[in-house]
Design a protein around this ligand. Sequence first.
Ligand SMILES: Cc1cc2nc3c(=O)[nH]c(=O)nc-3n(C[C@H](O)[C@H](O)[C@H](O)COP(=O)(O)OP(=O)(O)OC[C@H]3O[C@@H](n4cnc5c(N)ncnc54)[C@H](O)[C@@H]3O)c2cc1C
Ligand code: FES
Length: 258
Amino acid sequence: MSKFILDLIVIENRKLTDQYVLLILKSPEKLPEILPGQFAQVRVDGSSTTFLRRPISIHYIDYEKNELWFLIQVIGDGTYRLSQLKAGEFLNVILPLGNHFSVPKDYKASLLLIGGGCGVAPLLYLGANLKRRGFEVNFLLGARSATDILQKSEYDRYGNVYITTEDGSMGERGFVTAHSLLKSSNFDYIYTCGPTPMMKAVAAYAAKIKAICEVSLENTMACGIGACLCCVTDSTEGHVCVCTEGPVFNITKLKWQI
Ligand SMILES: Cc1cc2nc3c(=O)[nH]c(=O)nc-3n(C[C@H](O)[C@H](O)[C@H](O)COP(=O)(O)OP(=O)(O)OC[C@H]3O[C@@H](n4cnc5c(N)ncnc54)[C@H](O)[C@@H]3O)c2cc1C
Ligand code: FES
């Protein structure tokens, strides 16, 4: 797929919590085709510590409005600066980067999309896309507490939403892998993104029930285009760059002990 360098204009910076913002951006040019799971390399201006672009998932795209959404979790200087962008300012991005989640061939396949923390970001666009293609979508979203469950009403638009919180303030108490849904239902496809221990636990569950499972890795990245080798992960095909061969991997390709 061709890559594009675009100056997106900030339409809205919506503060969701102390740590998270939703950036709604508009492209002056028609947005190119971008598939669920792909990401953008975002330029962060104004600081020497943000010399390198930061990888950010495509959270949602509205092609009718030519809008693209990023869900930003403030971690360090780069994401802090992104969280401070104001309506009317420009954000320079390179996209679409990386591979994408696959679409099941069988329209009756039962699907579960499991996200933890900021890993919920790519699952909204994935869920919207799968629903548009006629699939029934189930989201299982996990967070520390109710205030960290982000954008629930958006996920509600595209599927059934199940929640776990570690403190029990919303949904079931505990980790996503302890949700009763996993005991009461069977799934053919599981897509997941979030902290690595969570994804490994999800992968182990998927292997047990013989579901196809795709995980989206968030290895630290510099170039985002396969040139610097800083994002490599070990796979059954040797060391591969997560930015070009991923970020989405079928778990059978990863050398995870599951
Ligand atoms: C494919 C991909 C998609 C991503 N999607 C999103 C998204 O949608 N929204 C979002 O907010 N973030 C996302 N991230 C994570 C985001 O890129 C990092 O949080 C960001 O680069 C940190 O930059 P910073 O300048 O704020 O922090 P820095 O000052 O660069 O780093 C602060 C600390 O965080 C650590 N760190 C940096 N990057 C990562 C990482 N990827 N994983 C774990 N620790 C890291 C650093 O080692 C350091 O300890 C994604 C990452 C990848 C690889
Ligand atoms: S980030 Fe440079 S090779 Fe992947």
